[in-house]
Design a protein around this ligand. Structure first.
Ligand SMILES: Nc1ncnc2c1ncn2[C@@H]1O[C@H](COP(=O)(O)OP(=O)(O)OP(=O)(O)O)[C@@H](O)[C@H]1O
Ligand SMILES: [Mg+2]
Length: 353
């Protein structure tokens, strides 16, 4: 195929509140944004990580592709939440063959599900003369089948099923080129899940997915103030008309209570990490925040105060060339937080070309 176009592979992030797609091309150190799409899903389409309405999801994927000229037939997608288990395990030194043969046996003790029900993957992260560090990732097979079905129904082929938290890390690496002295916490606050990934350079030290996110704020406002989902969403996003007739002093404490839970869960993650880590010297320098949930007014600042760490917004396009004649910079900066995982998935896709 002398002049044929290389097959492109898009990143497809099926979140519980919306679908995001990103297509990139170029070399790893000089990627270009080719296309980008973002559409909301109706409330309750995805519940507890499970796609309840396969047709709705596949229709929205098709709409995103049609409305944003996304032509890739192959996609990389990701999974997250409590169906996904990620562990760093330390094993004695062994050959690749020995590891391949024994990985199920080693993994069994770290995975709370029957191995027959999960898809398992692993990667050696460091090897010394007395230890092999292995990162294992397992996901319930029914969850993978569920997302694959929705994608296939949309006429697309899922070529890689990644993990959201690693896609987030890929997005960070490509945009920030971190060296080993940089220890950051990547925090993606979605609608229903929060992904926390403590990263040293390009190595993930600890990850945890927590089932708290932006929808918790909406739920509390909806229930406590007797609003519809749409009204509560608008109040949360600070839409002035939506706040008309609502006592401002009633909103603040409701939001603060959920912020408190979010901060506590992040703190708990740091504590879990310290309890399981052998290296107590490791100090997180900052938090890079993403996800639509992170756009809540004042949240980043509040987390910074509570966790006593600088909190910065992760820029998923920091090192990606964007043609401003094709993509409106204002729109792009508005949806930037939501696109982090999709960009990371698209980076995987671009690697496959
Ligand atoms: N301006 C805003 N202020 C407050 N919250 C916002 C704002 N914009 C979006 N959100 C919230 O962001 C969340 C959606 O973020 P995101 O798109 O990252 O989640 P998702 O990927 O659909 O969900 P998940 O990954 O948890 O399945 C929703 O809860 C939404 O209300
Ligand atoms: Mg998400």
């Amino acid at each position: 195929m002398l002049f044929g176009k290389k097959k492109s592979v898009a990143g497809l992030d099926v979140g519980s509140s919306s679908i995001k797609m990103v297509e990139l091309d170029g070399k790893m150190n000089s990627l270009n944004l080719v296309s980008l799409g973002f559409e909301n899903l109706p409330d309750n389409t995805i519940v507890d990580g499970q796609i309840m309405e396969l047709n709705v999801v596949s229709d929205v994927i098709q709409n995103v592709c049609n409305n944003h000229q996304i032509t890739a037939n192959q996609v990389v997608t990701g999974v997250s939440g409590h169906s996904v288990i990620i562990k760093n395990i330390v094993l004695p030194p062994m050959s690749r063959e020995e590891l391949e043969e024994s990985i199920d046996w080693h993994a069994e003790e770290h995975i709370p599900y029957d191995l027959a029900d999960v898809t398992l993957d692993y990667q050696i992260t460091s090897e010394t003369s007395d230890a092999t560090q292995v990162l294992i990732a397992a996901c319930k097979r029914e969850r993978i089948d569920n997302i694959k079905q929705a994608i296939q129904l949309a006429g697309k082929q899922p070529v890689v099923i990644d993990v959201d938290t690693f896609a987030l890390q890929n997005c960070y690496e490509i945009n920030y080129n971190p060296d080993d002295s940089q220890i950051v916490t990547l925090l993606n606050i979605g609608a229903s899940t929060m992904n926390v990934n403590i990263v040293k350079g390009t190595r993930s030290l600890f990850t945890r997915d927590i089932t708290v996110g932006g929808s918790q704020f909406t739920d509390v406002l909806q229930r406590s103030l007797g609003l519809s989902f749409q009204q509560a969403e608008a109040v949360k996003r600070g839409v002035a008309e939506a706040r008309d007739g609502i006592d401002e002093s009633a909103i603040e404490p409701l939001i603060s209570n959920v912020t408190e839970v979010v901060a506590m869960e992040i703190q708990k993650t740091f504590d879990f990490y310290r309890a399981t880590s052998e290296d107590n010297e490791i100090v997180v320098q900052k938090i890079l925040i993403s996800g639509g949930g992170s756009k809540l007014a004042g949240l980043a600042q509040e987390l910074s105060v509570k966790l006593e760490l600088p909190v910065e917004v992760l820029d998923p396009f920091r090192n990606i060339k964007v043609d401003t004649r094709k993509f409106d910079p204002d729109y792009l900066s508005e949806i930037m937080p939501e696109m982090a995982v999709a960009v990371g998935l698209a980076v995987r896709g671009a690697e496959l070309r």
